[in-house]
Design a protein around this ligand. Structure first.
Ligand code: ADE
Length: 225
């Protein structure tokens, strides 16, 4: 998979890709990440990427031209499955969307800033708009990093144990059950006895019941659909 990220602040985005699972995925050639600084696609001396709103109103608007030039250049080099715009008024990211995106070949992610982008970018260039939750960040970069992390860990071969992504919370619309490790008794805080029984079908049944119970209490909305 190849991900092209268009941003005015590439430095804000670099570190998540320089550590841990994401770095391993890049080093193993399972994913390529390319950053494109919008200021490299400006046509004036000031390298402006934003301007005031037509019709008045507070806040600057990101201009069409640099974004269009950057996307057109990328599209002239390969085909893209999706051109995603990170925005608080997009579709809220969930595990199903992450699964869906993880099987794409090439995607572009555009990070917004200021008040957002000129509506024509959204009307003519963007194929999908994604929010990471009902709150407003100062830019789309951290949201893009969240999307990339959620997607990249699902690419086959990225996680050491292939089954571990399948048992994540949300994969079957249930939250994950409680987990334990050594010691068996810490400070009198005990691990449930059943987990030492060696009875794998019973343990699996217990985990499913726990996952269901946890979901019912914390996220009953997940059980509705
Ligand atoms: N840009 C600013 N806030 C955002 C959010 N919540 N999700 C995605 N992109 C954003």
């Amino acid at each position: 998979m190849r991900i092209d990220i268009i941003t005015v602040l590439p430095e804000l985005l670099k570190s998540p890709f320089e550590a841990s699972i994401l770095k391993r995925a890049i080093d193993a050639g399972l994913v390529e990440i390319h950053f494109h600084n919008l200021r490299d696609y400006t046509s004036d001396n000031y390298k402006s990427i934003d301007d005031t709103q037509f019709g008045g109103g507070a806040g600057m608007v990101m201009m069409v031209e640099p974004i269009h030039k950057c996307i057109e250049k990328l599209k002239s080099q390969r085909n893209y499955d999706d051109v995603i715009y990170m925005t608080p008024d997009g579709e809220t990211l969930n595990q199903g969307m992450a699964n869906h995106i993880s099987i794409k070949e090439n995607i572009i992610i555009l990070c917004g800033h200021y008040k957002g982008v000129d509506q024509r970018v959204r009307d003519y260039l963007i194929t999908r708009e994604i929010s990471i939750g009902d709150f407003v960040l100062s830019g789309g970069e951290l949201a893009a990093a969240v999307l990339c992390d959620a997607v990249i860990r699902l690419i086959p071969g990225v996680l050491g144990n292939e089954t571990s992504a399948l048992t994540d919370s949300f994969q079957d619309n249930l939250l994950a059950p409680p987990i334990y490790t050594k010691p068996r008794d810490y400070n009198g805080w005990k691990v449930p006895e059943l987990l030492f029984s060696g009875n794998l079908p019973k343990i699996e049944e217990w985990r499913e019941a726990q996952a269901y119970e946890r979901t019912k209490v914390r996220r009953p909305d997940l059980l509705e659909d």
